[in-house]
Design a protein around this ligand. Structure first.
Ligand code: C5P
Length: 404
């Protein structure tokens, strides 16, 4: 039994989607971990699971109706929204997320989400195209920027027959995220509590056609470790990650994107922030993707015209009211690292540049260790080769010192 959820109260909102059946397993796991669960079933959710199943597993009343006289007299919806340690929406449909982003309150679930003063976590599930739609991406960025915790969907074959991201995270992963969120909420004051940190991580993929893309070897390990270390110091962290195969660190909001343009949009939507750490290996160029798979031709190979991508670090570093107080960039160089990095710091307008050597024979990119030099306005400081987790912890402490 997980002691961390003993006595904790979870308000679980079950949205309408084929994945609603997984909410039943989630309730079982939560109860096994010692939590009590009160469930709210949306009209759509009730098409997939019955109130009776939820009631049997939670062993308590299931709420479905905003305008129920009996429910209101027993427990008003405002009290219901606050009588929990954490509000979890699983599955969170595109519709629920849009309502949350817009602040609508036309049904019980939306009203509770607007009225609650407790942390909210969403586990989205939907068709891959609905998930990738700019409207959904914008809504998720808005919600993450407001502090909503996101358990990202998994990738795979979907009930509708399509393939890609959109499958509800598995119940054990949602349980782990709930445990981490509750621990973070109870964690008390950290050196960075009350601060918002934005971290980019991983590569970007720039599509050439529906099956091909330009990518790089970034694993996201260093960026993810920094995001996790900042969260452990109490910061509210928004991690904007390109496609990686490592899990999101616990206790933060992760937004998953593919291209540099999507990464920039997610970062801008996440502002304001006190700290920005741009650890992502953003592709410098993109091509105008072909809507159809490119074919071999007797006329020779396709003419891929490259266009420069927006520079996220330089954009975030621009002076103005939305500029984070501390902006940190990375410089992965293959030659005279420190020299190039210092020039890069000036060019991009950021406060610190973390230089690392990624030349041939270096195991830094994709590896588990990193050897860095921090270049700031005060000069350069080199650290020995350290595990990326240790680099992250020391860097987070160094960042916290700026805000102490
Ligand atoms: O120019 P270069 O790619 O070497 O700069 C690396 C730094 O700039 C990293 O911090 C990276 O995250 C950031 N960057 C960015 N957007 C780009 C290119 C790089 O944020 N389009």
């Amino acid at each position: 039994m997980s002691a961390s959820l003993e006595g904790r109260r979870i308000l679980l909102i079950v949205g309408g989607g084929i994945a609603a059946y997984k909410a039943l397993e989630l309730i079982r796991l939560l109860r096994k971990s010692g939590a009590s669960v009160t469930s709210v079933l949306t009209e759509g959710g009730a098409q997939f699971v019955t109130p009776l199943s939820l009631q049997a597993l939670t062993e308590t009343k299931v709420y479905t109706d905003l305008f129920s006289l009996t429910d209101e007299s027993e427990m008003g919806h405002i009290r219901l929204s606050r009588a929990a340690d954490l509000v979890v929406v699983a599955p969170a449909t595109a519709d629920i997320m849009a309502k949350m982003a817009a602040g609508l309150s036309g049904d019980l679930a939306a009203t509770l989400l607007l009225a609650t003063d407790k942390p909210v976590m969403i586990a989205p599930a939907m068709n891959v195209r609905m998930w990738r739609h700019p409207a959904t991406m914008a809504n998720i960025a808005t919600l993450a920027a407001r502090g909503v915790l996101v358990v990202p969907p998994g990738e795979g074959e979907m009930a509708c027959g399509e393939y890609g991201p959109g499958r509800l995270a598995e119940p054990p992963a949602i349980l782990a995220a709930i445990g981490a969120a509750i621990e973070a909420a109870l964690g008390g004051e950290g050196a960075l509590s009350g601060r918002h940190a934005l971290v980019t991580s991983g590569p970007t993929h720039e599509p050439i056609d529906p099956v091909r893309y330009i990518a790089n070897r970034s694993s996201g390990r260093q960026g993810h470790a920094i995001a996790g270390a900042l969260a452990r110091l109490g910061a509210r962290v928004t991690l904007v990650s390109g496609p990686v195969s490592i899990p999101d660190p616990p206790g933060l909001s992760a937004i998953h994107v593919e291209t540099a343009a999507e990464m920039l949009a997610a970062c801008e939507a996440a502002l304001p922030a006190d700290i920005a750490v741009c650890a992502a290996a953003v592709a410098d160029w993109r091509v105008e993707p072909s809507p159809r798979k490119l074919k071999k031709s007797p006329d020779g190979p396709p003419d891929l015209r490259l266009t420069e991508n927006p520079d996220i670090l330089a954009t975030l570093s621009k002076p103005g009211p939305r500029r984070p107080r501390l902006v940190v960039g990375f410089a992965a160089e293959t030659d005279t690292v420190a020299e190039f990095a210092a020039a890069k710091r000036r060019r991009k307008g950021c406060d610190w540049i973390i230089a690392n050597h990624v030349g041939a024979g270096s195991a830094v990119m994709g590896g588990a260790e990193n050897e860095i030099t921090i270049i700031s306005g005060d000069g350069a400081e080199s650290w020995p080769m350290l595990p990326k987790s240790e680099v992250a912890a020391r860097l987070a402490a160094r960042i916290a010192a700026v805000f102490s």
